[in-house]
Design a protein around this ligand. Structure first.
Ligand code: ZN
Length: 352
């Protein structure tokens, strides 16, 4: 098989550059990421009566821009044919290139209103420290917090040249009428607060962004703005997507998968197992998210917390914190703040 045929059969390397038709009039275009374990991001090009509508835009780096232009050309289009970008969420691998092209061509760029708080933080003049430091301190990951603080010292504000505000904010659930194609825009907070998925129910395809990924579990609560219960939001959004008809899963990272329902079920089961592991770790005496993270396995290879790379340790701290805070909300654990650090126990605090 050539690569295109392999891609259609789902056996090729999904990151291989090119454009691959995944449904009539829908093309998957993987674009590279710099220094990222996710390896690539899928941009989806949909052909409509009203021109091209793109789901996500990729990360604004020169290498991705070249492939973006050549991918469109392969389909007989230029950037000027893009009417609209529907960006699933504010993370730079999805948003920045859409923003840059939008600035250049006037294409509409839309983003969920829930991500406005994070953009506001990034554009704030009064920020003195990366807000993720506070979250790491709450998790009791003091050393990681210190390393993170140092990393961002002197450049708290990332460049906003490719990270401005969108032209349109998406709010609540609604249908986008594209003539021959109707897209259900479904708000799915969790991975970030403004995350959206887009469903063409007629065609049976779900543009899932990072809400439902086929081979990895989406990170939770990695966003500049503070969110109290990102896992609760994420699980509720999974249930919401599970209530839609079963569709082909078109993810932002990874190959296209056959069934959105199957993958949502796996993710729900995964998080229930993780919640249970957290309960057991606290029963064994771990009291902070960072301590709990040392007692539960990480990645498909069952690594320990200390075997993870620096960035993954940050993710692990956030992830564990989100699970523990949900358990506390559900009454399955109790919690108490001790300075900046949050402590958890099996029994209520105040009873020894
Ligand atoms: Zn992503």
């Amino acid at each position: 098989m050539d690569n295109a045929a392999e891609q259609r059969a789902g056996v090729g390397d999904w990151t291989e550059p090119g454009v691959y038709e995944v449904s009539p009039g829908v093309h998957r275009m993987p674009l590279p990421l710099p220094m990222d374990a996710l390896r690539a991001v899928n941009v989806y090009i949909t052909e409509t009566d009203q021109g091209l509508v793109l789901i996500d835009g990729g990360w604004a780096i020169p290498q991705a821009q070249e492939l973006f232009i050549s991918g469109l050309k392969e389909l007989g289009y230029t950037q000027r044919d893009i009417q609209r970008f529907l960006v699933t969420h504010v993370h730079r691998d999805h948003y920045t290139q859409a923003y840059v092209v939008g600035q250049e061509t006037g294409a509409d760029v839309s983003l969920g209103i829930g991500d406005k708080a994070s953009l506001d933080v990034m554009h704030s003049d009064t920020l003195t420290q990366d807000p993720n430091v506070d979250r790491l301190l709450q998790a009791g990951a003091d050393e990681v917090a210190e390393a993170w603080r140092k990393l961002f010292e002197g450049h708290v504000r990332p460049s906003t040249d490719d990270y401005g505000y969108p032209s349109t904010w998406l709010d609540s659930d609604f249908t986008i009428d594209l003539g021959t194609r109707q897209l259900a825009a479904v708000s799915t907070p969790g991975h970030t607060q403004g995350h959206y998925v887009f469903a063409d129910i007629q065609a049976g395809v779900l543009f899932a962004g990072d809400h439902v990924l086929p081979t990895i579990t989406p990170s939770i609560g990695f966003e500049p703005a503070w969110v109290e219960q990102p896992l609760k939001d994420f699980l509720e959004s999974l249930v919401k997507v599970r209530a839609l008809p079963d569709m082909a899963l078109l993810p932002a990272h990874g190959p296209v998968a056959v069934s959105s329902h199957d993958r949502v079920d796996e993710l729900l089961a995964h998080h229930e197992e993780r919640l249970q592991q957290c309960v057991e770790a606290v029963a064994q005496g771990a009291s902070t998210a960072w301590e709990v993270a040392a007692l539960i396995p990480w990645t498909r290879r069952n690594r320990t917390r200390d075997e993870l790379g620096p960035f993954d340790q940050v993710m692990a701290a956030f992830e564990t914190l989100a699970h523990l805070n949900l358990l506390a909300l559900q009454g399955r654990l109790s919690s108490e703040d001790n300075g900046q650090t949050r402590l958890y126990r099996s029994a209520p605090f105040g009873i020894s």
